[in-house]
Design a binder for this molecule. Structure first.
Ligand code: DQA
Length: 146
C-alpha cells in the first residue's frame, strides 16, 4: 500500500511564496525527490496538494483504506482544523507531520497544532528535507519486525 503525502493550502506556491521562510524548492521538486527516494526504498507514494479542507479530508479517508501511512503538511489548517485531526484519528495509520519552517520560532498562532495529537513524529524547520526525513522514518517503521 502507498504512503500518502498530503499538502495543505498555499503549498502550491512553494518556491514563490516567502522563499526566505519556505525556500526555493517547489512542490514539484519535492514530489520528484520523494518518488525517487520511495523507489529506492521499494515503496510507493501518492502525492497531492489541496487548498480545500474537505478535499484533504477525503484524501485522508482514502488513505485510511488504501494507504499504509500518511505524511502530512497541513499548512495553515494545522492550527485550525479539528476536522483534519478527527480524520487522521479515524485513519489509524502511522502519521508524520511535516513543516518546512520551524513553526515554534514564528508567530504564536503557529505554535499550536491539532495534528500533532495524532502524529507519531513531527518534523519542523528542516525545509524540503523534512519530507525525506519523514519517508525514511516511515520506511523503517513499516518494515516487518524480525
Ligand atoms: C507550514 C507552517 C504553517 O504555519 C503555514 O501556515 C504554512 C506552512 C510550513 O510548512 O512551515 O502554510 O506548514
Amino acid at each position: 500500500k502507498p504512503i500518502f503525502v498530503l499538502n495543505g493550502p498555499n503549498l502550491n506556491l512553494l518556491g514563490i511564496r516567502k522563499p526566505d521562510i519556505y525556500g526555493h524548492t517547489t512542490l514539484a521538486d519535492i514530489q520528484a525527490t520523494l518518488r525517487a527516494q520511495a523507489a529506492e526504498l521499494g515503496l510507493s507514494i501518492e502525492f497531492m496538494q489541496s487548498n480545500h479542507e474537505g478535499t484533504l479530508i477525503d484524501e485522508i479517508q482514502r488513505a485510511r483504506t488504501e494507504g499504509s501511512a500518511i505524511i502530512i503538511n497541513p499548512a495553515a489548517y494545522t492550527h485550525t482544523s479539528v476536522a483534519i485531526h478527527d480524520a487522521l484519528e479515524a485513519a489509524e495509520l502511522p502519521i508524520v507531520e511535516v513543516h518546512l519552517s520551524n513553526v515554534h520560532r514564528r508567530e504564536s498562532f503557529r505554535h499550536h497544532s491539532y495534528v500533532s495529537l495524532q502524529a507519531s513524529a513531527v518534523i519542523a524547520g528542516a525545509g524540503a528535507q523534512g519530507y525525506e526525513l519523514a519517508l525514511s522514518y516511515l520506511a523503517r517503521q513499516l518494515q516487518p519486525a524480525g
